[in-house]
Ligand binder design. Structure first.
Ligand code: F58
Length: 821
């Protein structure tokens, strides 16, 4: 079909014409009245138009009987802004810049205009977005299924050193990337009860008599692959009231109640949970999970039938990946749909479900494993609870048969936790109902098989697979770090962008080239200047771009140990005071990250960092040599300034606690050296870059466990280490709180009393390691060499490699090498 050329041609001229067109016909304005947002919207539509041919191509593939597609089920997709990524994927960056400037606009300003869709908390949500990028780039037919939250992760402001949360009104000015599919809707039921009956053939069946229902409406966002011909879709569900249910059946004549029902229905997709929230609101969270899973599975079944395939071959055409346990109700829902709604027999439905589903675990913290109180579960999903009981009965029968007499084993494996207030263990449901269970880094997968999923490993070792996480080089190098990209491409061509693992190592020989090292340093210096400007704008603090940029950005959590970093900074401050800064390496410590609104200790750590900053930055003896900055509202958008400007990447979690980490990969790709523990993917990063190019410190995961079991006493460490003692005493005495000895007491008490995350145990090793960092930084040429080697050697942490492994080991499909446009 011939399309309007204005909407497909990618020359600067055509783009300029399209811009004016869209300004006129979509924004209903003209250049002399257009606001910056009008221009942004017009440009976004101009880019989106150029993705749609690929999008239709994908819809064709999804409708073809031979296709096997991936359904990536995730409660979170932290995509970050779409515009810059779209320009890169389509290869129209320069043309767009040209077009925009012909019209008197500035591309950077328009890029800055985009509100980030913050539909995720952190690593897990961002991983889903990187995987969508790689799936499209590798041309794997895939749909990302999730929730179109009206409010994403809260915006963070810092007032008086404390975190303040503000609602994220990302849809305020409209969202040009989404396409509402008002006719792709499904009904999702809740509550009520189930009843058995005999159907016409005299078979016993069950039907669910819910007491309410909502409607899920599909919103599609095209996800372009890098220079690939097709465009995948991210399909997010918005909850609306179902007319039939609320208006006719129940509320005849009661208009106001009907409206109220509508409001209640829509709350389901209202807001993203910022994790760690206590009991309240749990019910809504389970409702969210079931809502998006049910819509997605109904959609997959519809597509299966549209293709002309039968449900018997569902698993030959669909691979569903459960991104953590949030979508694990899919196991019960798929059985319900097949058995109750499509009259399949149990055994067949069970086999199909298991073959379709794969489960990715993202945590080793046992307290973070999802569990739903039984009464709540029964009240919301009575039919699913019956199904889960049946799954569990069959599963435990098999376990008892294979391990006769081991009742304890069966009790521990049970999907239902019978202890105390009974609950449904979602990780057990996901593990039983999937054919593959994967951890997200080698160490994590190994620890899974030894700890939280150890019993499952005993009874079903063959299900366990490792797929180490990866991140997309398109966003995290090409888009974030154009200077570095140009330097690399100048030497080895641009094939690295879609083949990081195979190509990036080709820059390694240039580490020996003084000219290249110098250019490398210039890139870093320029990036640091940009970040310094950004810091000045957001915090008012002036930092020295020549100092060592030491950065820790990630969600605030005690296990991630931002407070260990803080203890070091206090120690450094004392040292600089005592030595009057002789021979010191100037350092700028930069933090960023959000704390869950209900997580008091994490919020107190933010306050501590800001309090240290206040003292240090205002002390004229020290501030020329040391600055501390807390960058507010760390998110995907402003992180693009952060990774390219780092000299040092802080990856200092207590060994055995961080499943993988992905920030560690983004930093290393951009030439930062890591100071880190042997945790998560740090282990593999260190193997890849070489131990001589990595600052390692701290206890190993095994040592942590051993130390704890032999009676770890933080106070003994405190008593025997004068520097640590001084540091802690300074906090306790109110040095950072204007003499207030109460403010940080909860933090000090927690460290002195239990120190669950072993800060004291690792303190000395960390301080000494930071000393080695400072010394190494004094030799800029050698630092540049190490920096180059870090980038050159981390090609395997591209999400393209991860996705290839998922395809090969879990989804059993063959990515064809994508044709490039
Ligand atoms: C993270 N999990 C892991 N969870 O902590 C990190 O090590 C890993 O690299 C990353 O997943 C990707 O595999 C994580 O981000 C969450 O954000 C949950 C969201 C739902 C509520 C509980 C936290």
């Amino acid at each position: 079909m011939e399309h309007s050329r204005t909407r497909t041609v990618t020359t600067a001229e055509a783009i300029a014409t399209a811009l004016i067109d869209n300004l006129h016909y979509l924004q209903a304005t003209v250049p002399r009245y257009a606001t910056r947002n009008d221009w942004y919207m017009a440009l976004a539509y101009t880019v989106r138009e150029r993705m749609l041919e690929g999008y239709i191509g994908r819809v064709d593939a999804l409708s073809s009987p031979d296709t096997k597609a991936v359904a990536y089920l995730s409660a979170e997709f932290l995509t970050g802004p779409h515009l810059g990524n779209g320009l890169i994927a389509l290869g129209i960056w320069d043309a767009a810049r040209d077009a925009v400037s012909r019209l008197g606009q500035d591309l950077d300003a328009l890029l800055a205009q985009e509100e980030e869709p913050g539909l995720g908390n952190g690593g897990l949500g961002r991983l889903a977005a990187c995987y969508m990028d790689s799936l499209a780039t590798l041309d794997v037919p895939a749909i990302g299924y999730g929730i179109r939250y009206e409010f994403g992760i809260f915006d963070q402001a810092i007032r008086d050193g404390w975190q303040i949360e503000m609602t994220d009104k990302w849809l305020r000015f409209g969202n040009p990337w989404e396409i509402v599919r008002s006719e792709v809707t499904y009904e999702v039921k809740f509550g009520g009860r189930s009843e058995g009956f005999l159907d016409e053939q005299g078979r016993y069946r069950v039907r669910w008599l819910p007491d309410r229902a909502v409607k899920g409406v599909a919103y599609d966002t095209p996800i372009p692959g890098y220079r690939s011909k097709t465009t995948n879709l991210l399909r997010l569900w918005k909850a609306e009231a179902t007319e039939s249910f609320d208006f006719d059946a129940f509320n005849v004549g009661d208009y106001y109640r009907a409206v109220e029902q509508k409001v209640v229905s829509e709350t389901i997709s209202k807001v993203l949970y910022p994790n760690d929230e206590p009991e309240i609101g749990q019910r809504l969270r389970l409702a969210q999970q079931y809502f998006f899973v049910s819509c997605s599975l109904q959609d997959m079944i519809r597509l299966q039938l549209v293709r002309g395939n039968t449900l018997d071959e569902f698993d030959t055409h669909w691979a569903a990946q459960l991104n953590d346990t949030h979508p694990s109700i899919a196991v019960a829902e798929l059985i319900r749909l097949l058995v109750d709604e499509h009259q399949m027999d149990w055994d067949r439905a069970w086999a199909i479900t298991q073959r379709t589903c794969g489960y990715t675990n993202h945590t080793l913290l046992s307290e973070a494993l999802e569990k739903w109180p039984l009464p709540l579960f029964r009240n919301l999903l009575p039919r699913h609870l019956e199904i889960i009981y049946e799954i569990n009965r069959r599963f435990l029968d098999a376990v008892r048969q294979a391990h006769p007499g081991d009742d304890e084993l069966a009790r521990r494996l049970s999907i239902i936790d019978e202890a105390g207030g009974k609950s449904v263990r979602m990780a057990h449901l996901a593990s039983v109902g999937s054919h593959a269970i994967n951890g997200v880094a080698a160490l994590h997968t190994e620890l899974l098989t030894r700890t939280v999923l150890g019993d499952f490993y005993r009874v079903m070792p063959g299900k366990f697979v490792n797929v180490t996480n990866g991140v997309t080089p398109r966003r995290w190098i090409v888009l974030s770090n154009p200077r570095l990209s140009a330097l690399i491409t100048g030497r080895i061509g641009d094939a690295w962008i879609s083949n990081l693992e195979g190509e990036l190592a080709r820059i390694e020989p240039f580490a020996g080239d003084a000219g290249f090292r110098h250019e490398w340093q210039t890139v870093k210096a320029d990036n640091k200047r940009d970040l310094a400007r950004f810091i000045k704008e957001r915090t008012g603090v002036v930092v020295d771009p020549a100092s060592l940029f030491d950065i820790q950005v990630k969600r605030l959590h005690e296990y991630k140990r931002q407070h260990l970093n803080a203890l070091y900074l206090i120690t450094l401050y004392r040292h600089l005071k005592a030595t009057q800064g002789r021979g010191a390496t100037p350092r700028t410590a930069i933090f960023g990250g959000k704390a869950a609104p209900g997580y008091r200790m994490a919020k107190l750590i933010i306050k501590l960092i800001n309090s240290i900053a206040e003292v240090v930055n205002n002390d004229p003896d020290v501030s020329p040599l040391m600055k501390v900055v807390f960058l507010p509202d760390f998110n995907a958008k402003n992180s693009q300034y952060v990774y390219p400007a780092a000299d040092l990447s802080e990856q200092i979690s207590t060994a055995g606690k961080e499943a993988s980490g992905t920030g560690n990969m983004k930093f290393a790709m951009n030439g930062a050296l890591t100071i880190g523990t042997l945790d998560g993917a740090n282990v593999e990063i260190r193997d890849a870059v070489g131990p001589e190019n990595f600052f390692l410190f701290g206890l190993t995961a095994d040592e942590v466990v051993r130390y704890k079991s032999t009676g770890y006493a933080p106070r003994t460490v405190y008593d025997s280490n004068p520097a640590l003692r001084e540091t802690i005493d300074l906090i306790a005495d109110g040095f950072f709180s204007n003499g207030d000895r109460e403010l940080f007491r909860p933090l000090v008490d927690s460290l002195m009393g239990r120190d669950d995350y072993m800060l004291f145990a690792d303190y000395q090793a960390y301080v000494e390691c930071q000393q080695r960092v400072s010394e190494a930084y004094l030799d800029p040429d050698n630092w540049a060499r190490m920096s180059i080697l870090n980038s050159a050697r981390v090609g395997r942490f591209s999400s393209d490699r991860s996705i290839r492994e998922y395809c090969r080991d879990i989804w059993l499909l063959n990515p064809v090498t994508a044709e490039r446009r």
